[in-house]
Design a protein. Structure first.
Length: 490
């Protein structure tokens, strides 16, 4: 490894190469990659057996699609030092990952970058975050989305939505990351998202909710809706709907718990590695990640026992994951005491959001908890960063509101943080919903009712160990409003 490399941002600058930083980020990338199949395991364990392979395939394909597109143009769109209005980066910069003989800045002083890591190191790390985001969306749309449609949505997300949000929030020249400059809070200061509360989790939660709503309710949900408006069992499917209702989610809770444990393990690279250097901030981020996750899981179990009179295994899983999501945007900025508070918040919020969704968003099939776990906790956790951030751990020009509740700049920062989270949620939801609806006019996006009954393992992936009779082509019109595929390529 050379001692210095040319800066990826400025060809006239030579940056010392940080060996510890390089190793730290590479370790983080490898741990984050482990989260991708873990998400598939979680979905396979929490859905029904006839769709378990489909869930794992979505996770595998998320890595395949995102890595290719991120390598070619995605990284430049998300992190280019040339920006188009702070909204999107220049796609011609860093084509194919950029120049391997350059250094990406990882530590900054008052006058700019003071060290860097080989550019491919940083690209690899960010690539894993992008793939995890897509895999989380897949887990949030279980059992009914045709795999061909999922692949097309994946390409669209990798090319458009992910780089758009990542650039605005995470890039040093992004719109939301610099919004504080408009009110003189601090130069180049604005919304802060340490490891992806907005960019990864809120985005995945709202995208998954949008796609699920666009697909429409399953037969299982229709049978269990007890006559609620808009959820009518289609004529001729009453018997099939009742049979679907009898098939409970959670085909393998042990598999789901193993997937959760592996996600927790990978999350140490997700949050700890986001310091981009082997330093006390990275160690602290990893430590508070463990504290918040454990606290949230414990609280969710206690709330479940108190309210429902049982230690619900699925709620324990959701609580741990909710704590991990809640701490993600805060991990490098908060103390252990704040992590405990955030963990308690996440445990209660996850339980409440899950129950409220079951009651009021009854048409949404979300057995994995994509929206209540990732969407809600990602949104709230990101909004409260200005509340809990400690200047002892950051170089922020503003102290957290729990330390200085009278700070005008703190309240302005909270407003910017809330605005960023809200705009991202609305944009991601609207664009994802619209894309699926438009795509439905050209190809079959949703499984027909017949395919839903059989399961997508057999229909889309040819895995049919029980020898279930597959739907005939004439059954392709079983979903009202779903067009026949124009192309047979998929």
């Amino acid at each position: 490894m050379p001692e210095t490399l040319t800066s990826a941002w400025d060809a006239a600058q030579q940056l010392p190469v940080s060996i510890p930083g390089t190793l730290w980020i590479l370790l983080g990338a490898f741990l984050v990659f482990l989260m991708i199949p873990s998400i598939g395991m979680l979905e396979a364990g929490l859905t029904r057996r006839k769709n378990s392979l489909h869930g794992l395939m979505k996770s595998l394909s998320a890595a395949a699609v995102m890595i290719v597109i991120f390598t070619v143009v995605g990284f430049g769109l998300a992190f280019s030092d040339v920006t188009i209005g702070g909204i999107i980066g220049d796609p011609t910069k860093y084509l194919f990952g950029g120049d391997p003989n350059t250094a990406w800045p990882n530590v900054f002083g008052a006058d700019g970058p003071i060290s860097g890591v080989p550019t491919f190191t940083y690209v690899l790390y960010q690539m894993m975050f992008a793939a995890v985001t897509l895999a989380l969306i897949g887990a949030g749309v279980p059992e009914r989305m045709k795999f061909s449609a999922w692949l097309l949505y994946s390409v669209f997300f990798a090319l458009v939505l992910y780089p758009l949000i990542a650039h605005m929030v995470w890039s040093f020249n992004g719109l939301f990351g610099n919004i504080g400059s408009a009110s003189n809070i601090g130069d180049a200061f604005g919304a802060r998202d340490f490891a992806g509360g907005i960019v990864v989790h809120a985005q995945a939660g709202f995208a998954g909710l949008a796609v699920t709503l666009a697909l429409g309710a399953s037969l299982r949900k229709r049978a269990g809706s007890e006559g609620r408006r808009r959820l009518v069992v289609p004529e001729g499917y009453a018997e099939a709907a009742e049979a679907e209702r009898g098939q409970q989610y959670g085909a393998s809770l042990p598999l789901a718990i193993i997937g959760t444990a592996l996600l927790w393990f990978g999350w140490f690279g997700f949050n700890g590695g986001s310091s981009l250097e082997m330093n006390t901030q990275g160690v602290s981020a990893a430590f508070v990640t463990a504290v918040a996750a454990a606290t949230a899981g414990f609280v969710a179990m206690l709330v479940s026992k108190f309210v429902d009179n049982n230690f619900d295994g699925i709620m324990a899983i959701s609580g741990v994951l909710g704590g991990l999501v809640m701490i993600t945007p805060n991990a490098g900025f908060v103390t252990v005491e704040s992590a405990l508070i955030l963990g308690v918040m996440a445990g209660v919020i996850t339980y409440a959001a899950t129950k409220l969704m079951e009651k009021y968003l009854y048409q949404v099939d979300d057995p994995v908890g994509g929206f209540p776990v990732h969407g809600v906790n990602g949104l709230i956790g990101s909004i409260v960063v200005p509340v809990f951030a400690s200047q002892e751990l950051t170089a922020f020009p503003v102290q957290g509101l729990i330390y200085d509740p009278t700070s005008a700049n703190g309240w302005i920062w909270l407003g910017y943080q809330t605005l960023t989270a809200a705009v991202v949620g609305v944009v991601v939801f609207a664009v994802s919903f619209g894309f699926v609806k438009v795509l439905s006019a050209f190809m079959q996006v949703r499984a027909t009712y017949e395919e839903e009954v059989v399961g997508l393992d057999a229909v889309d992936h040819g895995s049919n160990p029980d020898g279930v009779a597959l739907p005939t082509p004439s059954g392709r019109d079983g979903v009202p409003g779903m067009a026949r595929p124009i192309t047979t390529i998929f």
